[in-house]
Design a protein around this ligand. Sequence first.
Ligand SMILES: [Fe+2]
Length: 181
Amino acid sequence: MNSDSDLQIAGDILEVPHLLQAPREHPATVAEFVGLARSVAADRAQWEHLVRYDATSRWYHLLRTGPGYEVWLLSWVPGQGSGPHDHGRSSGVLTVLDGELTERTRRGERTLGAGAQRMFAPGFVHEVVNDALEPAVSLHVYFPGLTEMPMHPQSHVRPAGAATMACAAPVPYGPADPVSA
Ligand SMILES: [Fe+2]
């Protein structure tokens, strides 16, 4: 028993299931979407054999769908990038599964290593690039599913005061290519 706490549970907590939230088949909250991404990331057997690396165009695979959400698997060879974009009315969780990705926003850039997660709200503008020397794999949960991905000028991910920023050329994006990052 934790002597630092005044809170104690008398009896067996497993005997009070009526006080616990019923487990849900599908995620419905931000925390649950983040948890879904973490559980997929931790289970390499779910995705590792599916990954392909394509130097000519970015590769992606719809890993799972559920009510109101989609889970995409993406690969990035060195130099590949999304171009600056937002995600329409979708929110999302980006999780790096393998390798390293760089995310650029108006506020600056950050390096995302394996296991890093980024949650973003509708309208959030960023650019994701593999600036590393090794391929990278990422998992993208969108809720609702991604229906549009408006592209933005490079200036939308350039921090204020930055004169220039070296960026990988954006990959062309069209209606048949709904997933970027
Ligand atoms: Fe994105």
